[in-house]
Design a binder for this molecule. Structure first.
Ligand SMILES: [Zn+2]
Ligand SMILES: [Zn+2]
Length: 261
C-alpha cells in the first residue's frame, strides 16, 4: 500500500514539474528575422544596374568594373576623384573642347596644407571667421576642374566639359579667355615648397585619362598666360618631370621646360 502512495506522490510531483511556469527567453537574434532587401545601384560611368555588393565603391559612388572606375565619364567627371561640385562654372563656347591644361598652385590659409578650405572656397562655403585672409576672398566666385592635394588625392569640382573659372584675364599666344578652352588643375602648394612625389604621380594619372579623351592637349602654367598677375605654379614646379612622366612632345609644352614663375 505504502509503495502505491509513494508512486502516486512521485507521479504528482512529475506532473507539477512538467506544468511549471516557463521562463520565456528572448528570441535568438544573431540573424535578422527579415532578410535585408538587395540594394541595386547604377554604375556611375555607364548606368548599368548591379547589386551594391558587386560594385566598386569610390567616394559613395559605385562602378561596374575597374575600367569604368578609372575613366573620365561621358559627362566629364573622373571616377578616381572625389567629387565636390562647385556652382562656379558655365558652358564652354559652342563646340569648344579642352585644348590646354593650365597648372596652378593654391594653399588655404596661404602657406598651410592639409585642410578642406580649398574645397570650401571653390564651393562658396568658406568660413570667413576661420582665418583673417578668408574675409578678403570669401566673396570671390572661382573654381578649377581638379585639385591635387599634398597626398595625391584628386578632387574634382567642375566637369571637364564645362568652363571652370580659374584663369581670369589671360592670353595663350593671342587667344584670350583661357577658361574657354582650358582644364584647370590646382596643385596644393604655396610657391615656396617643392611639390610632393604623390602629386606628380596623381597628376600623371589624371593627365593620362584626360589625354585619352582630349587628344590635342597642350600644357602651361597660370603664370605663362597671365604673367603680369600670376606666379603659379611657381619656381618649384618641375616641367622636365612633367614632360618625362607624361611623354609630352616639345610642341605640347610651348613655354619650355625651364623652372619659372
Ligand atoms: Zn559601368
Ligand atoms: Zn592660378
Amino acid at each position: 500500500m505504502l509503495k502505491w502512495l509513494l508512486l502516486g506522490a512521485l507521479a504528482a510531483l512529475f506532473y507539477f514539474w512538467l506544468k511549471r511556469p516557463k521562463i520565456v527567453s528572448p528570441p535568438f537574434r544573431s540573424q535578422p528575422r527579415i532578410s535585408e532587401p538587395l540594394k541595386i545601384v547604377p554604375c556611375a560611368y555607364c548606368g548599368v544596374h548591379l547589386p551594391a555588393q558587386d560594385g566598386l565603391l569610390h567616394d559613395a559612388r559605385f562602378y561596374c568594373c575597374q575600367a569604368h572606375a578609372n575613366a573620365l565619364d561621358p559627362a566629364g567627371w573622373y571616377g578616381q576623384a572625389n567629387w565636390r561640385p562647385s556652382p562656379n562654372f558655365d558652358s564652354r563656347p559652342d563646340g569648344m573642347q579642352p585644348e590646354l591644361v593650365l597648372l596652378h598652385h593654391i594653399s588655404l590659409p596661404p602657406g598651410q596644407f592639409g585642410q578642406n578650405y580649398i574645397s570650401d572656397f571653390f564651393q562658396n562655403k568658406l568660413d570667413q571667421a576661420a582665418h583673417p585672409y578668408f574675409a578678403e576672398i570669401a566673396e570671390q566666385k572661382v573654381s578649377s576642374h581638379f585639385l591635387i592635394d599634398r597626398n595625391g588625392l584628386i578632387t574634382q569640382f567642375v566637369s571637364a566639359q564645362k568652363r571652370a573659372w580659374h584663369a581670369g584675364v589671360s592670353n595663350f599666344f593671342g587667344r584670350e579667355q583661357c577658361n574657354d578652352f582650358a582644364i584647370g588643375v590646382e596643385l596644393e602648394g604655396d610657391g615656396e615648397t617643392i611639390f610632393t612625389d604623390a602629386q606628380y604621380v596623381a597628376l600623371a594619372q589624371l593627365l593620362k585619362v584626360l589625354a585619352g579623351v582630349y587628344t590635342n592637349l597642350r600644357f602651361a602654367g597660370h603664370s605663362d598666360v597671365a604673367p603680369a598677375r600670376k606666379t603659379d605654379p611657381g619656381i618649384y614646379f618641375d616641367w622636365q618631370r612633367l614632360q618625362r612622366e607624361n611623354h609630352l612632345r616639345p610642341d605640347q609644352l610651348p613655354f619650355g621646360l625651364a623652372f619659372r614663375v
